[in-house]
Design a protein around this ligand. Structure first.
Ligand code: FES
Length: 140
């Protein structure tokens, strides 16, 4: 879809991915401005309701990103996040969402390059997929 600029809501862990995003910025690594970061203390606190609300309020994609397995500052929060995202990916298609719109990644604090690359890839992928259908229904 020409001219379409997707909106990506990213729930990022304070200790890892948020720091990686900060590093990407301070390292002057360019990445698309389509992403809105929401800093959380741990991916384990990302309630599935937050993800669903983001989609219903117009996000074209949602990223949940935190510490690598074994590195969570709250012991097992990222394992809880992994289970929740897996369940959401099973449920969302039943409501017409492409499960590619929801992504979970592990991006450590020193992975600024990986953060920038992840956002670039997601934006490219969303431009191919097109706007979130739920958003279109709200606009109409
Ligand atoms: S503290 Fe980073 S995912 Fe738990």
């Amino acid at each position: 879809m020409e001219g379409f600029e997707p909106t990506i809501i990213a729930f990022v862990c304070n200790w890892c991915t948020y720091t990686a995003a900060d590093l990407a910025g301070t390292s002057r690594l360019g990445y698309p401005a389509n992403v809105r970061l929401i800093r959380v203390m741990c991916t384990g606190m990302v309630d599935p309701k937050y993800v669903i609300k983001a989609f219903l309020e117009g996000a074209d994609a949602v990223l949940v990103s935190g510490c690598h397995p074994g590195d969570c500052h709250y012991i097992n929060g990222n394992y809880k996040a992994r289970r929740r995202i897996k369940l959401l990916k099973e449920i969302l298609p039943q409501f017409g969402f492409d499960d590619e719109r929801l992504r979970l990644t592990w991006i450590g604090a020193s992975d600024g390059i990986q953060f920038a690359e992840t956002i670039r890839k997601m934006v490219t992928q969303m431009k191919i997929l097109g706007p979130n259908e739920a958003k279109l229904k709200i606009v109409i």
